[in-house]
Design a binder for this molecule. Structure first.
Ligand code: HEC
Ligand code: HEC
Ligand code: HEC
Ligand code: HEC
Ligand code: HEC
Ligand code: HEC
Ligand code: HEC
Ligand code: HEC
Ligand code: HEC
Ligand code: HEC
Length: 309
């Protein structure tokens, strides 16, 4: 917890520090005016004064990693682009390698992802990926705050799976979220195990502005409407239950033992949580009747303020 809070404190200076790291005056970068050079700061102890030696030098001793790397999407870090802030290849992540090489491969003289703190790791990755829409909220995410790093889910050298994932969804997620597997085995559920819907359709595992890392639509409405657009409205007669607290006042998002993934076993007990069915039309027996037999347009209607057909 301690390292997490100090990480948060670093927040403000982060983007700058990272930009400086990747634009530092390595061999390949053009010379910079003295004023800019003064900003150059190492992001881990001991990186000051080290020089970039180029990926070809690394290849001499790490040939297999080099070959795999050049076949992965990160080969592009060997090119100068706006995203990579230079063309440092291996050293764009591992930092300048001159001392490591001079030391005959001394592992203490290079940035090691295998031993680094989670927040240090993610900071390195975000140096290039911060600008990506998907990763923008990572620092504020529950994942980051729980000590989960980019490399908990992605492997740079290890796999050739899509998006460099350690394993595919949903197994990747279940490796830490075993409890949620049970949700998706319930009789009424989103078919995530079958691959019809993905965890990442509803969540952005890199963090969102919403609770529970749940995604929103571009207009900030509920992610559920992405696929259930018929429930979107606007309706002349909205069921206000929905607009205030969303679909989850009535549905479990993952799965449920109740039909239609409702939070209660019977529809009427759901309705009666908020309504007292008025006497008259609703005789004694109505409490055991299915309210949606009559109030069938329960998500909203353009014709009836009582949600009749
Ligand atoms: C002269 C040979 C040599 C060169 C050149 C070299 N390395 Fe290494 N490197 C080694 C050896 C040997 C080790 C393993 C040390 C160990 O396992 O104890 C190592 C270890 C590492 C590690 C630490 C691995 C870990 O345990 O996490 C990293 C990272 C690394 N090298 C990156 C690089 C990069 C990047 C370059 C190019 C800038 C480079 N190396 C160039 C020999 C070299
Ligand atoms: C995009 C960032 C990134 C780049 C670029 C990168 N690495 Fe790595 N490297 C990592 C991460 C992260 C790990 C930790 C293991 C993993 O996630 O695959 C790692 C681990 C290593 C290791 C030790 C673990 C192992 O698999 O033996 C060595 C050695 C290494 N890298 C060398 C290199 C060399 C050489 C290059 C260039 C050919 C390079 N790296 C380019 C991120 C990077
Ligand atoms: C020096 C800049 C740089 C750094 C640092 C960096 N990346 Fe990347 N990353 C790239 C580029 C360039 C691409 C390829 C272009 C793209 O997909 O946008 C890429 C692509 C990816 C992809 C997408 C692969 C795909 O199949 O679409 C993932 C995942 C990724 N990086 C994860 C990481 C992780 C994790 C780290 C930290 C260990 C990291 N990156 C560090 C520049 C970087
Ligand atoms: C909890 C697991 C997890 C963590 C942590 C994680 N990712 Fe991902 N990442 C995924 C999954 C799953 C996908 C593919 C599904 C998707 O697109 O959302 C993905 C996709 C990506 C992509 C390719 C799609 C895109 O956004 O362009 C990039 C790049 C990427 N991640 C970078 C990162 C970086 C950088 C970090 C750390 C700041 C990180 N990821 C942390 C699971 C994770
Ligand atoms: C159909 C959309 C949807 C899918 C698919 C989905 N989730 Fe969720 N998930 C949600 C929503 C919405 C919440 C918030 C529930 C709340 O706040 O009441 C949530 C909550 C969570 C939580 C917080 C704890 C809890 O159970 O409430 C975790 C962890 C989680 N989801 C993980 C996953 C994993 C892992 C997967 C894939 C195996 C997944 N989710 C698939 C919508 C979804
Ligand atoms: C390396 C372990 C790990 C992996 C892999 C992982 N998570 Fe998590 N996740 C955590 C931890 C730890 C937490 C915080 C504690 C908790 O809620 O269980 C968390 C929390 C969450 C939450 C709740 C967020 C909140 O604000 O309460 C959601 C949603 C979630 N993860 C979704 C996913 C999805 C989707 C995937 C797969 C793409 C995934 N996770 C993969 C470890 C992981
Ligand atoms: C990626 C698309 C997608 C998203 C996002 C999505 N759903 Fe679904 N949903 C489906 C599909 C497809 C089915 C049909 C399931 C089947 O036939 O297995 C379904 C079924 C349902 C059902 C059950 C219908 C029945 O007849 O039993 C409910 C209720 C539901 N979704 C609610 C939600 C809620 C609430 C959300 C937001 C948390 C949501 N959905 C987000 C695709 C999605
Ligand atoms: C006030 C409670 C309530 C709210 C809020 C609610 N639903 Fe429903 N939903 C129901 C009930 C009750 C049923 C079953 C209707 C029936 O049995 O005829 C249902 C059925 C469904 C179904 C399956 C049958 C159909 O009509 O397609 C889907 C899909 C669905 N809801 C999605 C959503 C989504 C998406 C939201 C949020 C935008 C939402 N619901 C909000 C009560 C609610
Ligand atoms: C989470 C609370 C909640 C649940 C659950 C709920 N409702 Fe509502 N419902 C409301 C609210 C709030 C209004 C708006 C009341 C108002 O404007 O005075 C409303 C309005 C209505 C109306 C319009 C008439 C009126 O009183 O304004 C009907 C009919 C109705 N609901 C039926 C149902 C039925 C049937 C169910 C079960 C499928 C249900 N509701 C479940 C909160 C809920
Ligand atoms: C047999 C058809 C039928 C069933 C079943 C039914 N209703 Fe109604 N409901 C009506 C009619 C007709 C009205 C309008 C006349 C009235 O107010 O009595 C109405 C009106 C309402 C109103 C609005 C009352 C107001 O003051 O404006 C609510 C709330 C409501 N019903 C809730 C429920 C609930 C909850 C259930 C299930 C326990 C239910 N209804 C079952 C036919 C039905």
């Amino acid at each position: 917890m301690q390292c997490l809070s100090s990480f948060k404190r670093l927040g403000g200076g982060l983007a700058l520090a990272i930009f400086v790291l990747f634009s530092s005056n390595g061999l390949a970068a053009p010379p910079k005016p003295a004023k800019e050079q003064a900003k150059v700061a190492p992001t881990s102890a001991g990186e000051a004064g080290r020089q970039y030696v180029g990926s070809q030098t690394c290849k001499a001793c790490h040939e297999k990693i080099y070959d795999d790397f050049m076949a992965s999407p990160h080969w592009l870090t060997t090119k100068e682009t706006r995203m990579t802030h230079g063309a440092q290849g291996c050293e764009s992540c591992h930092g300048p390698g001159s001392a490591h090489v001079a030391g005959g491969g001394d592992p203490s003289k290079i940035f090691r992802f295998t031993t680094a703190r989670p927040d240090e790791i993610s900071r390195r990755c975000l140096g290039c990926h911060q600008a990506g829409v998907e990763q923008r909220q990572f620092i504020r995410s529950t994942h980051n705050e729980s000590g989960i790093a980019c490399t908990s889910c992605h492997s740079i050298h290890g796999t050739h799976l899509e998006y460099l994932l350690r394993s595919k969804e949903p197994d990747l997620c279940f490796s830490c979220h075993a409890e949620q597997r049970a949700d998706f085995q319930k009789p009424f559920r989103h078919r995530v195990l079958e691959g019809l819907v993905r965890c990442s359709d509803c969540h952005n595992e890199h963090g969102t502005r919403a609770e529970r890392q749940v995604r929103s639509m571009p207009d900030a409405s509920l992610v559920c409407l992405k696929c259930h657009s018929g429930k979107r409205g606007p309706f002349v007669f909205e069921h206000n239950a929905e607009s205030t607290e969303g679909c989850m006042v009535c549905h479990s998002p993952h799965g449920s033992t109740n039909p239609r993934m409702l939070i209660t076993a019977r529809v009427n007990s759901l309705c009666l949580q908020c309504h007292a069915a008025p006497a008259g039309t609703h005789n004694q027996n109505s409490k055991s009747q299915d309210c949606t037999l009559c109030h069938s347009q329960i998500h909203g209607s353009n014709l009836s303020d009582l949600f009749f057909k």
